[in-house]
Design a protein. Structure first.
Length: 293
């Protein structure tokens, strides 16, 4: 790990929201851009990958995973987001990690689309965003419309491709919060014990205790910290040190709640945690999980 003044300079942000904003529904874009004074900078980054790499260099982030998922009804994103993020990240594949998704209501063959994403588009891991896509992660158990989720989970197990599940609430108007309950992942972890499950955003704010105990119960669940203000992290997860070996740093930048990615990293580094645990969370755990060079 490269360090400067005792701090790592190769942080891995496992949850950056650089997306094709031209696909967004106008009302969603207006909501997400409200009260920001840096939209010109963000638009430039969304249109030019090299500008994102330059920004990551400036703030000491080594690699960033770019979260993208189809959500045509709520967000406006179609399955074309997968092709977009693959092409965007191809400009700097050693720095930018493409993250895609498959929506079971908007795909023909789940197996064929999985192979396309992983083999052709080189997607590094997948995301399911229940509050924006409108289904529970364990819907395969009682709804034939989501039976293809079993295919997806088996394929990910066999290929050792992690799946990130967004948990907790969402500020997007129309998002269905009930789908953000992480308890549904108890079923998934039991039914697919080899599936590497990333529990994004820790079930904020209603289900953080549940998230902690899900991690304690299931060794195949990882906790990802995006969307949780670092200064409040130990208030929400006072026993974070017990699960630090499966905890991953993510920012959710540039969502409205994350103004400055560098400040998030500095606030995390200021936490009263052992320095080795902070290094693990900031980069080493993600490097091991995703087998990054």
């Amino acid at each position: 790990m490269i360090e400067r003044n005792g701090r790592p300079t190769d942080v891995i942000d496992l949850h950056a929201c650089i997306q094709p904003w031209t696909m967004l529904r106008p009302e969603v874009l207006e909501h997400l851009a409200s009260d920001r004074d840096d939209m010109d900078h963000l638009w430039a980054i969304a249109n030019e990958p090299k500008k994102l790499v330059a920004y990551l260099d400036e703030i000491g982030v080594g690699q960033a995973a770019l979260i993208n998922y189809p959500s045509p009804e709520l967000m406006g994103f179609t399955s074309e987001v997968n092709d977009w993020v693959s092409q965007y990240c191809s400009v700097a594949p050693d720095r930018l990690l493409p993250v895609g998704s498959i929506h079971p209501r908007h795909i023909g063959s789940m197996a064929a689309e999985f192979d396309r994403l992983v083999k052709d588009l080189r997607i590094r891991f997948l995301i399911i965003h229940p509050t924006h896509q409108g289904f529970f992660p364990n819907a395969y158990r009682d709804d034939e419309n989501y039976a293809s989720l079993e295919v997806l989970y088996h394929k990910c197990e066999d290929a050792k491709i992690p799946i990130m599940f967004q948990t907790g609430t969402s500020i997007v108007p129309g998002a269905r919060w009930k789908y953000g309950d992480p308890l549904a992942l108890d079923d998934v972890a039991i039914d697919f014990p080899r599936l590497q499950i990333i529990l994004a955003q820790g079930g904020r704010p209603f289900w953080m205790t549940q998230s902690f105990f899900l991690m304690r119960r299931h060794p195949n669940i990882y906790l990802e910290l995006s969307g949780v203000p670092p200064r409040k992290l130990l208030d929400y997860f006072p026993r974070l040190d017990e699960i630090a070996h499966r905890t991953l740093f993510g920012s959710d930048w540039p969502s409205p709640g994350v103004r400055n990615l560098r400040k998030n990293i500095d606030d995390f580094w200021a936490l009263p945690l052992d320095a080795d645990l902070k290094r693990r969370i900031l980069s080493e755990n993600a490097r091991e999980l995703l087998q990054l060079g």
